[in-house]
Design a protein around this ligand. Sequence first.
Ligand SMILES: [Zn+2]
Length: 64
Amino acid sequence: MAEDKCGVMGCSQPGVRSYSRDAVEKGGLKVADEKAKRVHLCKEHNKEYKKATKDERRLENLGR
Ligand SMILES: [Zn+2]
């Protein structure tokens, strides 16, 4: 059960953080396991995810 590998499709790097699958998909990443509730992200994908969510947050702030 302790799967610590990156859950992104085609990636098998060790995960550094875990997020809900929903959040990861909103960040534009493809999750390999469609049934997973939580997804681990490797360093690279974590960076991508953070970038995506940061952009989203910035847009939200601008919209206020
Ligand atoms: Zn990855």
